[in-house]
Unconditional design. Structure first.
Length: 304
């Protein structure tokens, strides 16, 4: 146990270094054999022209204090090599080396992402509500991104139906974005789960939301797109889902968009007409996925 805690602290110290490459860090740690070994390699070398003032031991001690502060605030902090880390994320190229959570982190093998545009139409909001309600009543976890519009409707409908919902957010977990969803975010953190791949205080940025969409795609067994234009993050997530080998379900009204009509021809994409058709399609997809989340679901993990 102590060794894992030290390794996690070493990973935090590595990620805190200026210019740290989050997307490459897990591979670098694997190449070095451990996070502590990599930290030894990149810090505290007195033979370099500009030696580090900090030793690996000091950096690890500082990281452990930071970790204790996060956990005292009720945050979960999960390194990719810990048992608590969601197994379904280990098989995607965009695997975050570190995840922050608030709420109950548990296996979510029956998790479906419901996503769409922030500028949702009345019809889009109605469909998102109906879809999330139907999924929640079947004990299917509703995953979304806590954005305005379709995401908000999906989260609220799942909660009102007494179901579980997971919000994968594009900011640090201590931030509230959008501000209008502050109460909703706090409530999900109490009864469901908030997930963030960013430092707890990180503000929103142009890059953080596409990154969030890729992780949401990896977390869910499939992605349902309710309503989305060309620039929508939902379109980005649909593309990521196919790259991850996850099915994509398009509500037929999305086919008004050129990108959706092109996607509809791809393997792994299902076009549905009505809530009953959608739920039946989702159930068929979930029948192909083991209910226990784990590495065996993702054979491409070997590529790491």
């Amino acid at each position: 146990m102590e060794e894992v805690l030290v390794e996690r602290a070493a990973l935090v110290a590595l990620l805190r270094r200026e210019g740290a490459n989050w997307s490459q860090m897990a591979l670098d740690v694997l190449d070095a054999g451990s996070a502590t070994a990599l930290l030894d390699q990149v810090t505290g070398n007195p033979d370099t022209l500009f030696p580090d003032a900090e030793t690996p031991g000091r950096l690890i001690a500082r990281a452990r204090l930071e970790l204790e502060g996060w956990e005292a605030d009720g945050l979960g902090v999960h390194a990719y090599f810990q048992d608590s880390y969601p197994g379904q994320l280990r098989g995607i190229r965009e695997m975050p080396p570190l995840l922050f959570t608030r709420g109950e982190l548990r296996p979510d093998g029956r998790a479906i992402a419901v996503v769409g545009t922030r500028e949702a139409s009345t019809e889009g909001l109605r469909i998102a509500t109906a879809v999330a309600t139907s999924l929640a009543r079947r004990e299917i976890t509703v995953v979304s991104g806590l954005a305005k519009g379709i995401d908000t409707a999906a989260h609220r409908a799942a909660l009102e139906a007494g179901g579980r919902t997971v919000a994968v957010i594009g900011t640090g977990i201590r931030q509230h974005y959008p501000a209008t969803n502050r109460r909703l975010q706090d409530h999900i953190g109490e009864v469901g789960l908030l997930v963030s791949q960013f430092w707890p205080e990180a503000p929103p940025s142009r890059q953080s939301f596409p990154m969030r969409n890729a992780v949401m795609s990896g977390y869910a067994a499939a992605t349902v797109v309710v309503e989305a234009g060309w620039k929508s993050g939902a379109r980005i997530q649909a593309r990521a889902a196919l790259q991850h080998g996850r099915p994509v379900v398009l509500v037929d009204q999305v086919l008004r968009q050129d990108w959706a009509r092109a996607f509809a021809e791809k393997p792994g994409v299902h076009v549905v007409r009505g809530t009953v058709d959608l739920v039946e399609t989702v159930e068929r997809i979930l029948d192909q996925v083991p209910t226990e989340s784990g590495l065996e679901r993702f054979p491409d993990l070997a590529t790491l």
